[in-house]
Design a protein around this ligand. Structure first.
Ligand SMILES: Cc1cc2nc3c(=O)[nH]c(=O)nc-3n(C[C@H](O)[C@H](O)[C@H](O)COP(=O)(O)OP(=O)(O)OC[C@H]3O[C@@H](n4cnc5c(N)ncnc54)[C@H](O)[C@@H]3O)c2cc1C
Length: 457
């Protein structure tokens, strides 16, 4: 038995968040630099794992050990050293094990927040950095890379290094978006911004077809910070691609300023009603989408929402993914370059309609130029489509993967489970640079994941 190993912890089935990728792994929880370093000296293969919110096989490793950091013991999670020091550009140092659900309320107590957050609260700082996550404000703020000042990293060799844009810049660059394959991120220094309000004025625009959805997305993105379009995947004919575009910007109001509150009460979400799996039948999906669109059409355009409703809409339901049990689901999230958006998004939506069970959720967001490497962000629009895992869905996902590669786009690795090594190389031309970094710092491939094995990275 190795250090940090819970005797009760046996090899067990661990799955990706969407429940479609499974592996036999041993999860080993450990605390602090020393414990992690000693562990990593032992036989691998190893993979760092955070909150396990990546959909596919990025955070699992068959016949391998998953190293899961425990947050520092005791409260507060932010140590004294984490208090913002430089008032010009404040930043905080946080353990990579901390989840957004833990971190955001602590920052809120100081009147602060993170400029970039993904739509899930159980993601850890380590996992967010490894996937170089984005929010609904990529256009204005970029990805988490853009707000990361420095990292402390445990290399596969057991050495602990501090890296940033000047110190070990290649490792810093490759680790953000490096899907856990360059080492274990132990700590990160992240830029923070003032948390201005706990409510936000949002615009909710019901659109008639795809052309109008994309046009309104463009229009709102020019004036609001957090913007996303939900598309009704079941609408046909002249209403194909209709949806609801939502955008809002957090501005200080004199009504409630969050910094005056003791914390940010993040939602635990309502329990999803049992027996709702009928809602995933083609007719159920059609009804749900029709009602949702109709409500947006007749509702007010200008609304006041709690900030969390805009940033984390899926957190309103605690266990919504249970609806996909027992086989789970897939999400295909792709980035389509700016000049190919309209035609390709139409084509991918049409492809998805060929699934025996149509896509259950479709979301489009805008992105700006990204950093390259294995990072997902690039100029264009990102299209996410959820599918219940049914016979034939993988074939459709493969078609989508190829079409995305053909137009010069890419698939998000944190959601992927179907890409091939050949397509990865077309989508991420800088993969060879990443491999040379891996060869330099992990020649024996102590770190691996099912994703890295599948994609040969
Ligand atoms: C409902 C939902 C909504 C989401 N919305 C968004 C979104 O809006 N934008 C977006 O970008 N993503 C989104 N995601 C994806 C999610 O943000 C990423 O998968 C993120 O990586 C999850 O973090 P985690 O801690 O759960 O990491 P895990 O899933 O556990 O791991 C992800 C990767 O990070 C690596 N890793 C984890 N911890 C460390 C560490 N300490 N050091 C080094 N590597 C590490 C793992 O090896 C793995 O490769 C969403 C996911 C869900 C479930």
């Amino acid at each position: 038995m190795s250090m940090g190993e819970d005797p009760a912890e046996e090899w067990r089935d661990v799955s990706g968040w969407a429940g479609t990728c499974h592996a036999r792994c041993k999860v080993i929880r450990c605390q602090g630099v020393e414990e992690s370093r000693i562990l990593l000296r032992e036989d691998g293969p190893w993979l760092p794992r955070g909150g396990g919110c990546s959909y596919g096989d990025a955070a699992i490793l068959d016949q391998g050990r998953l190293l899961q950091l425990k947050p520092p013991s005791g409260d507060p999670i932010l140590s004294a050293a984490a208090t913002p020091t430089d008032l010009q550009s404040p930043s905080v140092s946080v353990s990579a094990a901390v989840t957004l659900r833990q971190l955001l309320p602590l920052l809120a107590r100081q009147g602060l927040t993170l400029p970039v957050v993904p739509g899930v609260l159980d993601a850890t700082v380590g996992g967010m950095l490894a996937a170089d996550v984005h929010g609904k404000n990529h256009l204005s703020r970029g990805s988490i890379r853009d707000v990361t000042v420095a990292l402390q990293l445990l290399l596969p060799s057991g050495e602990v290094i501090d890296c940033d844009r000047d110190r070990e810049p290649e490792i810093f660059r490759g680790t953000i978006g490096g899907m856990g394959l360059t080492g274990v991120i132990l700590e990160a220094r992240l830029a923070v911004i003032p948390l201005l309000a706990d409510r936000v004025e949002v615009q909710v625009l019901a659109t008639k077809n795809l052309q109008e959805s994309l046009a309104q997305l463009d229009r709102l993105a020019a004036s609001e910070e957090h913007v996303a379009a939900w598309i009704d995947p079941t609408a046909r004919g002249s209403e194909f691609g209709r949806g609801i575009v939502v955008g809002g910007t957090v501005v200080a109001t004199d009504r409630v300023v969050r910094s005056n509150r003791s914390s940010w009460d993040l939602p635990r979400g309502h329990r999803f009603p049992a027996g709702f799996s009928w809602a995933l039948s083609p007719i159920g999906i059609r009804c749900h989408n029709a009602v949702r669109h109709a409500l947006a059409r007749i509702g007010r355009r200008q609304r006041s929402w709690e900030l969390e409703r805009l940033l984390f809409p899926l957190e309103r339901w605690r266990d919504w993914k249970k609806i996909y049990q027992p086989d789970g689901f897939h999400q295909h999230q792709s980035l389509i370059p700016e000049d190919r958006c309209s035609g390709t998004i139409r084509e991918l939506l049409e492809l998805s309609n060929r699934a025996r069970c149509p896509s259950t959720l479709v979301v489009i967001k805008k992105m700006r130029k990204g950093a390259g490497g294995l990072s997902f962000g690039a100029e264009g629009m990102t299209l996410s489509m959820d599918f219940k895992a049914t016979a034939g869905v993988k074939e459709i996902l493969h078609h989508c993967d190829s079409r995305v590669a053909d137009v010069g786009g890419r698939v998000y690795l944190a959601k992927d489970s179907t890409l091939t090594p050949e397509l990865l190389r077309r989508m991420y031309p800088q993969v060879d640079q990443f491999l040379s970094l891996r060869n330099r710092i992990d020649p024996d491939r102590k770190l691996n994941s099912d994703l890295s094995r599948r994609l040969e990275i």
